[in-house]
Design a protein around this ligand. Sequence first.
Ligand SMILES: *[C@@H]1O[C@H](CO)[C@@H](O)[C@H](O)[C@H]1NC(C)=O
Ligand SMILES: *[C@@H]1O[C@H](CO)[C@@H](O)[C@H](O)[C@H]1NC(C)=O
Ligand SMILES: *[C@@H]1O[C@H](CO)[C@@H](O)[C@H](O)[C@H]1NC(C)=O
Ligand SMILES: *[C@@H]1O[C@H](CO)[C@@H](O)[C@H](O)[C@H]1NC(C)=O
Ligand SMILES: *[C@@H]1O[C@H](CO)[C@@H](O)[C@H](O)[C@H]1NC(C)=O
Length: 418
Amino acid sequence: MSIFAAVTFGAAVFLVIPLEASPVTNKKFSNQPNNLAPLTFRADGTFQVSIFEDLHFGENAWDQWGPQQDINSVKVINKILDKESPGLVVLNGDLITGENGFLENSTVYIDQIVGPLVARNLTWASTYGNHDYDYNISGDAILERERSWGNSRTSPMASGPDAGVSNYYLPVYDHGCVNEHTCHPYLILWFFDSKGGFKYQQKDASGNRVGQPNWVDAGVVDWFSRANRDLTKRYGKTIPSLAFVHIPSFASYALQEAGVDPNKQPGINDDLPLAPQAQGWCPDGRNDGTCTYGAQDTEFMQAISHTDGLMALFSGHDHGDTWCYKWDRLLPDMDVTPTNNISLCFGQHTGYGGYGNWERGARQVKVSKKGLEKFQATTWIRLESGIIVGKVSLNSTYGEDHYPDERLQMAACPTCDY
Ligand SMILES: *[C@@H]1O[C@H](CO)[C@@H](O)[C@H](O)[C@H]1NC(C)=O
Ligand SMILES: *[C@@H]1O[C@H](CO)[C@@H](O)[C@H](O)[C@H]1NC(C)=O
Ligand SMILES: *[C@@H]1O[C@H](CO)[C@@H](O)[C@H](O)[C@H]1NC(C)=O
Ligand SMILES: *[C@@H]1O[C@H](CO)[C@@H](O)[C@H](O)[C@H]1NC(C)=O
Ligand SMILES: *[C@@H]1O[C@H](CO)[C@@H](O)[C@H](O)[C@H]1NC(C)=O
């Protein structure tokens, strides 16, 4: 399916209306849910994240095909973790295909997803995607299931009527840090909830599911700006950071329109145009099919592109896009001018559920204490077959550096019904 990708933005007028920020308060939280040890760099001064995204577990539970896809997806996770040694796994949205879920057991798939992580004593942190929100499933329900496992670091920090769930940050400390109160973080990982999908257990007068806004809430953006200011003040410096959100912002769309060069932004670029936040909504908040894009992600884009030290934002959602693009200028149809040259990256579709037959895999992100002095990160995609593609350095010349041609990898899946 590519109904999202089929929508055209070309002719749309991009109105930006000031949004009323919904009240967002700080939730009581612990940065060490379930008493986990702090995240730390390895003894060699590096820290790596493996991103599994668009896992889409729980499709067609009632036939043979669906459960077979989940078995295939578990194999992908295992194959990748046999080759990579992350300090943290990020589950970057669409863990479950919620529209196929039954109320009484829609979140049980979490156990299958985290099995390979628990077996390796790995911890993980999630963002939730549009398919994680539906009539029979919600971010809160997934969180509850996740937190029944001691290894989940997903710990919501912002609450409010439209905040969603997976908004929080995780500090990463130096090797050997045992007590986070006495250590200074070398890296901050930010997680955002781009919501979307449908509201839990709600139907309208005609019996239809009720759509949920598909952008990072303006109140969450306020929370982020405050929390980031507080961290900078508390530690007396800009701490390098990375961010994760399921649905990319409109800036990714605008960069794609500007042209993706396979030798400068290596990766698949098949979802063209890509589907960004606020797609299908009107600027006035209607989502009745009359608008292509409502620009409600403007506050989010403004914040991420003006945060010193924020090196990259990683998204999923568009299974057919896997590139990283440095957002370093004002783009057509937008009025946000970035000041931090943030890289906007897609990962690789990991699960056998969900559309598309590009080879399954997972983006890896690695930083070193030395590289962070220059706000640099290295990233690559580990494919299910074991090979690495799209290895790039997100450094000051990313976007100018020339990378070699790579062959597009497609999956061989006899049980898939593409
Ligand atoms: C929600 O779950 C209930 C109970 O299992 C099921 O009967 C119903 O079909 C599901 N509804 C939707 C919209 O998925
Ligand atoms: C979930 O519940 C449905 C309906 O009660 C059942 O058909 C299905 O097998 C259950 N799925 C799992 C994974 O337990
Ligand atoms: C699992 O990891 C924790 C630290 O995160 C460590 O304390 C514990 O010893 C590890 N357990 C095993 C079996 O490796
Ligand atoms: C961002 O990139 C532009 C164009 O590549 C460059 O001129 C500018 O100096 C960079 N700014 C920062 C803060 O690195
Ligand atoms: C950035 O990384 C690329 C690829 O490793 C390298 O060729 C280039 O020289 C680097 N740029 C800087 C400024 O270090």
